[in-house]
Ligand binder design. Structure first.
Ligand SMILES: C[S@@+](CC[C@H](N)C(=O)[O-])C[C@H]1O[C@@H](n2cnc3c(N)ncnc32)[C@H](O)[C@@H]1O
Length: 325
């Protein structure tokens, strides 16, 4: 069973994102993944996904408590992309008799098309929704879709969580996820040694070179290119979270006018356009931060990622009625 839903009109989303970019000189990160951005992202990420051992994730999942409470579990992937990270997990859970239903949500039509294609032929029941989870009406629209399940696991995979302002995304998840449901996060963790962390920081700071066509595609959508300036990486503190946070900007070399969607804006020489933030986490401070929003850590593991340049860590939280102390 495959169901396709539209919580909003994709063209109006694109117009809104571009308008936001022009007004705030900051790129809403959804814009990266529209149009060719979806393929550009997976030109890198598919190779990484192939390295991550799915069997460990399956073992991690089947020991979670929700199977005992539930006849039907919704796995809600917020920012599902091409559904690549969860494909094997869903397939094996369904084959193993676990009653799972997949709900893939993304603001990019192109990403949802990749997800549908990727899971085509998989027996797990699937619902896809085009929607922006930061919109005020999203929570109610999603609730209509998932209300009949006994348990919902809300997943944010592939570093999606780490791209957002952390207070904003924690507040959003706290409002979206009902008491008793689960949050499953995938983040880049820091290492135990200063030497490894130094290498991690160097790698994060080089994202615009390592993911060059991804950044180039975004600049092209904005009517810009690297020839309009330098991409600079700024490492900065992140409130109570002890993260390594890198924010990438295009620093404009000469004053120029950009036009998107029939709107124009002048970027002054030296002005910075904010492109993207990425983070690597100190997991203890992340856990303490999310406890303040009612998320209690249940379980976590670090999958074998073969020869990838950094690790990923999966964290399973349960939502309580009030903030954990
Ligand atoms: C870093 S990618 C990760 C994709 C996928 N989960 C993976 O691990 O490969 C982030 C995804 O989130 C989507 N996204 C970003 N902001 C969103 C929003 N506000 N609402 C819905 N989807 C969003 C993007 O379109 C993109 O597909």
């Amino acid at each position: 069973m495959v169901e396709q839903l539209f919580f909003c009109d994709p063209d109006s989303l694109k117009v809104d994102y571009l308008t936001e970019f022009l007004a705030e000189r900051r790129v809403p990160q959804n814009l990266f993944y529209l149009l060719n951005g979806a393929n550009a992202f997976y030109a890198y990420r598919n190779a990484d996904l192939a390295q991550i051992a799915w069997q460990e994730e399956y073992d991690f999942f089947v020991k979670q408590p929700f199977w005992l409470q539930a006849e039907q579990v919704a796995f809600v992937s917020l920012g599902c992309g091409n559904a690549g990270p969860e494909k094997m997990l869903l397939s094996k859970l369904h084959a193993g008799g676990y009653p799972v239903h997949y709900v893939g949500v993304d603001s990019s039509e192109q990403m949802l098309a990749l997800a549908t294609e990727n899971l085509d032929g998989e027996a797990v029941p699937q619902t896809y929704a085009l929607g922006d989870f930061s919109r005020p009406d999203f929570s109610a629209r999603l609730w209509d879709v998932v209300v009949d399940f006994d348990v919902r696991v809300y997943a944010m995979l592939g570093g999606t969580f780490g791209n957002f302002d952390q207070v904003m995304i924690a507040e959003l998840l706290a409002l979206l996820i009902p008491t008793g449901d689960y949050l499953y996060l995938d983040v880049v963790p820091q290492y135990a040694t200063a030497h490894e962390n130094q290498q991690l920081r160097a790698r994060l700071s080089r994202a615009p070179e390592n993911l060059s066509s991804f950044f180039d595609g975004l600049l092209a959508t904005l009517g810009l290119s690297r020839e309009n300036g330098d991409i600079v990486a700024v490492e900065s503190r992140d409130g109570v979270l002890n993260t390594f946070r890198y924010t990438f900007y295009l620093e404009v070399a000469e004053t120029l006018t950009v036009s998107c969607m029939e709107e124009e804006a002048t970027l002054q020489a030296g002005e910075r356009v904010e492109l993207l933030s990425i983070r690597a986490y100190d997991v203890a401070s992340l856990t303490a931060f999310l406890a303040g929003y009612g998320f209690r850590l249940l379980d976590t593991y670090i999958p074998d990622v073969g020869n990838l340049g950094h690790r990923w860590q999966r964290l399973m939280f349960v939502k309580s009625a009030r903030p954990e102390t």
